[in-house]
Ligand binder design. Structure first.
Ligand code: GNR
Ligand code: NI
Length: 164
């Protein structure tokens, strides 16, 4: 098991658009396990491959209390629906910053599992929010992009100072 290094905003590599996974092999399974381990250790409720500098469409999430409900989603495609809800978000790539973001309440998810089998389900609550947050990472998008440019500028400055 390997703990992966998480990139921090404003690292430009976080802005990379991830490409689809085409090969479902043992290396993918190992990488997915490493991502889960890294997420649990952080600790976090989700992690996108982009955050560990792998620009493939892979996310892991576990919003359970006991940390025993891992989901690994490959090539996820989302159809968000319903009302917009506001909730506090944080991000392992934007450490110690929390702010309110609007998301759709529900999301239909089509994806593949680590073996390449198709999976489809709907999510709501924290799982819905988390999956939307992770899929943004695969597009090179961060939750701070939803904030005002004034707020985002302050956050970027703070993290830049912290990094040096
Ligand atoms: O651990 C995390 N918590 C969280 C809280 C509210 C909304 C989204 C998240 S995801 C975050 C982990 C992370 O950065 N995933 O990309
Ligand atoms: Ni994040």
């Amino acid at each position: 098991m390997t703990l992966l290094k998480i990139l921090h905003h404003p690292d430009p590599r976080l802005r990379t658009k991830a490409t689809p996974v085409q090969t479902f092999d043992a290396a993918l399974e190992v990488f997915a396990q490493d991502m889960l381990q890294t997420m649990y250790a952080a600790p976090g409720i989700g992690l996108a491959a982009t955050q560990v500098n792998v620009h493939k469409r892979i996310i892991v999430v576990d919003v359970s209390e006991e940390k025993n409900r891992p989901h690994t989603l490959i090539n996820p495609v989302l159809e968000p629906y319903g009302n917009k809800i506001k909730g506090e978000e944080g991000c392992l790539s934007v450490p110690e910053i929390y702010d309110s973001v609007e998301r759709f309440e529900h999301v239909n998810v089509k994806a593949q599992d680590v073996a390449g089998n198709p999976v489809e389900f709907t999510a709501d609550g924290m799982l819905s929010v988390c999956i939307q947050h992770e899929c943004d990472h695969l597009e090179g998008k961060l939750f701070v992009d939803y904030l005002s440019s004034l707020k985002r500028g302050r956050i970027t400055k703070k993290l830049r100072e912290r990094a040096r």
